[in-house]
Write a protein that binds this ligand. Structure first.
Ligand SMILES: [Zn+2]
Length: 259
């Protein structure tokens, strides 16, 4: 069985002590492809070092995370664009709007998001979108910027069925993570009613750890727990979920089977 973890921050310091063991465990569970979303310049070197150390397994993205948008946003965006021009990245991400942690820079977040969507179109890359307490804001910007060249995933989707369908109608995928295993999240019912062709798997490690490890550090080898939950609620086999979601992620990120 083969899985893709489409969103994992294994380059963060949480994994400094045992990073290669974490990769080995993931590969051992069939999770041999791990996509690394960027955050900002402060974590860039660690992300790059990891992509260089594990070129068969780890593929970096480039982008400015909305919670890292502050008065230094112009420096950050200049850096994002110069990196994207090297052609080394698999996607523009993670980008978006987060009004949960702090809304001081809400306008700048929206502007940075829009400009990075345009960069994705320019460099013909998928986008990986982070939204928190911001569905209507994110949806509005994506809709305004929508063209044939704009495509991607709403990562860590935890919305309702109507929101899920609106995203799919824009041609975007939904990234499903550990929240689906949480008791009372309600996400499993939503996912069961949405078309499988638009679902991809992610851990968002080290955060959002699935049951039965909830509360501990998350890692990419836990992807099968998320897949198993989806299998249960859709009455499919784990094999089928692995195959469909891997296919979806390969298509979205233009991965070849050797990756
Ligand atoms: Zn993330």
């Amino acid at each position: 069985m083969k899985f893709i973890d489409s969103h994992t921050h294994l380059y963060l310091q949480h994994f400094d002590e045992d990073r290669s063991a974490v990769i080995q465990r993931a590969v051992g569970q069939g999770v041999s492809t791990m996509l690394l979303p960027a955050i900002d310049m402060s974590t860039f070197d660690a992300m790059t070092a990891m992509a260089v150390a594990y070129p068969k397994h780890c593929f970096p993205m480039m982008g400015l995370h909305p919670t890292s948008v502050n008065e230094l946003v112009e420096n950050e965006l200049t850096f994002v664009e110069s990196e994207l021009s090297t052609g080394k990245y698999i996607a523009v991400g993670e980008i978006g709007i987060d009004l949960y942690w702090n809304s001081t820079f809400a306008d700048q977040q929206k502007d940075a998001f829009r400009r990075q969507l345009r960069l994705a179109k320019k460099y013909q890359l998928p986008v990986v979108i982070h939204m928190r307490d911001s569905f209507s804001e994110v949806y509005q910007v994506v809709k305004e910027e929508a063209t044939e060249d704009l495509y991607g995933v709403f990562h860590c989707f935890t919305g309702n069925e109507e929101e899920g369908r609106k995203i799919i109608d824009l041609g975007f995928y939904l990234g499903i993570g550990g929240v689906i295993t949480f008791k009372n999240s309600g996400l499993e019912k939503v996912v069961a009613n949405l078309p499988m062709e638009y679902l991809i798997l992610e851990t968002d490690s080290p955060y959002l750890t699935p049951v039965p490890f909830r509360g501990k550090r998350n890692e990419s080898s836990y992807i099968p727990y998320i897949a198993q939950k989806i299998a249960e609620v859709t009455n499919k086999s784990l094999d089928e979920i692995a195959e469909i979601t891997t296919q979806n992620a390969m298509q979205l990120f233009k991965l070849t089977s050797s990756q």
